[in-house]
Design a protein around this ligand. Structure first.
Ligand code: ZN
Ligand code: ZN
Length: 350
């Protein structure tokens, strides 16, 4: 805060404040000065906040926590203003916060952060975080192994999703990271094909993209399997995606440009004549949220740092025909990328 010249910081984005003080409840605001910090929440969380919050005092309030946080910041000695994260603030929230301030400071007290302040910290995971993310990823791998024995013709996509999600809970998951993707046959050409009532095709690709929440940290992986016997063309496309994915993983290391990692995957598909069918970026950061910076996309000049966790997930999508995606979670180290999701990637036929 001293470095960027701010006296006070208001944090309302829940993953950010969880990261800063440990609180996991659903209603809170976090206020920081250069000297101290305070978490504001409501009476439902009195016990939980006392147990969870570290490095800050807790204020239990009856009104909106953010309003209390703004009031607290304004009355701290030596504070001329406070900054907030515009990407985590709605227009309505900001006008409510401003309306709560005395008229003479209403316009001047709150200002937008020019650069995000918490996300750069969250992007680089410490050892404890990496251990949790790795555990989450391994639970994902066990789920994939389990679901391979469950998939059979006659099931619907939602049956597969239901089994996966039930098993996830039994393995200790707090929940799923996002809506489970189970996309069979032609539907595998939808990059985000949520599980539907559609029966699994007898012959064709089946894409499974899923993740679990483990102690707040998320996993994310994709595997595409084949029901029946693939054609030469289908197998060729699968091999191209696998080669692209491994090329992307191989390009991960501290100091690498995100755009270069994307290109390592994309160029393989370009050579295979499938560049047009690869319609999204190659990956994203993952941690307390499913899509965090950095983005592994074409032309991205940001450089990877040791301790970041990113996905590498190229895919090809041919509308009306089929789609294929393979996704691993990879932790960035100084010497390369370490895959956290060691589930098999060679084409599995069921
Ligand atoms: Zn995914
Ligand atoms: Zn992903």
């Amino acid at each position: 805060m001293t470095k960027v010249g701010i006296f006070g910081l208001l944090v309302t984005h829940l993953p950010d404040l969880r990261y800063l003080c440990g609180f996991t409840g659903s209603s809170a605001a976090f206020a920081v000065t250069r000297r101290q910090a305070r978490l504001f929440t409501d009476g439902r969380y009195t016990t939980q906040a006392a147990e969870e919050v570290r490095g800050a005092r807790v204020g239990i309030v009856t009104g909106p926590p953010a309003i209390a946080a703004v009031e607290w910041l304004r009355t701290q000695p030596g504070i001329e203003g406070a900054a907030f994260d515009p990407s985590a603030t709605t227009v309505a929230e900001l006008s409510r916060w401003r309306a709560s301030l005395p008229v003479r400071v209403r316009k001047s007290f709150l200002s937008e952060l020019v650069e995000p302040l918490v996300m750069p910290l969250r992007m680089v995971k410490d050892e404890d975080e990496l251990a949790l993310i790795s555990e989450a990823a391994l639970i994902g791998c066990r789920l994939f192994e389990h679901i391979l024995g469950f998939i059979r013709p006659g099931l619907r996509e939602i049956d597969v999703a239901a089994e996966l999600e039930y098993k996830a809970r039994r393995l200790g998951a707090e929940g799923m990271s996002f809506e489970t993707i189970v996309a069979s046959g032609e539907r595998s050409a939808l990059p985000h094909g949520r599980a539907t009532l559609t029966p699994l095709t007898r012959k064709g690709f089946l894409t499974l993209d899923f993740g679990i929440i483990h102690k707040g940290y998320l996993s994310d992986m994709t595997r595409t399997v084949y029901l029946g016997n693939p054609s030469v063309r289908e197998r060729g496309a699968y091999e191209a995606v696998l080669e692209a994915q491994e090329s992307g993983v191989g390009a991960v290391r501290a100091g690498a440009r995100c755009g270069d990692v994307d290109e390592a995957a994309r160029s393989v598909l370009r050579i295979a004549g499938l560049a047009e069918a690869f319609t999204h970026s190659s990956g994203h950061g993952v941690g307390l949220e499913i899509h965090e910076p950095p983005r592994i996309g074409a032309g991205q000049t940001d450089r990877l740092l040791a301790g970041m966790v990113v996905t590498i997930e190229p895919g090809v999508y041919l509308a009306g025909q089929f789609g294929i995606r393979i996704e691993d979670m990879v932790v960035v180290t100084r010497t390369g990328g370490k895959v956290l999701t060691p589930a098999p990637k060679a084409l599995i036929q069921l």
